[in-house]
Design a protein around this ligand. Structure first.
Ligand code: ZN
Ligand code: ZN
Length: 96
């Protein structure tokens, strides 16, 4: 008994297996400093951007920064010292 002819089930199996390809590339985030891909082991996040741990440093003096002592100015990472200097310099320009 049965309505399946010979080979019928094989054909169904074949259709399912060639159905949808699922090899989307994994989503990689780009470092806001160097623009290269950031992987989980070296990833850190600050101010809505993603960085390599090694790229999370002051743009001016290259001092490594921490999440609790960094400053951002127009997308640049700065230590507190250089941030103060940039802000002071800017204010000085406006005033003179
Ligand atoms: Zn980087
Ligand atoms: Zn600095």
């Amino acid at each position: 008994m049965g309505t399946f002819g010979p080979g019928e089930e094989d054909r169904i199996g074949y259709v399912v297996s060639v159905g949808v390809k699922q090899d989307e590339p994994p989503k990689t985030e780009k470092c806001a400093t160097c623009g290269k891909s950031v992987y989980a082991a070296e990833r850190m996040e600050a101010g809505g951007n993603v960085y390599h741990k090694l790229c999370f440093k002051c743009a001016t003096c290259k001092m490594p920064l921490k999440l609790n002592n960094y400053q951002q100015n127009e997308g640049k990472l700065l230590c507190k010292t250089d941030y103060q200097k940039e802000i002071l310099a800017k204010n000085a320009q406006i005033c003179t």
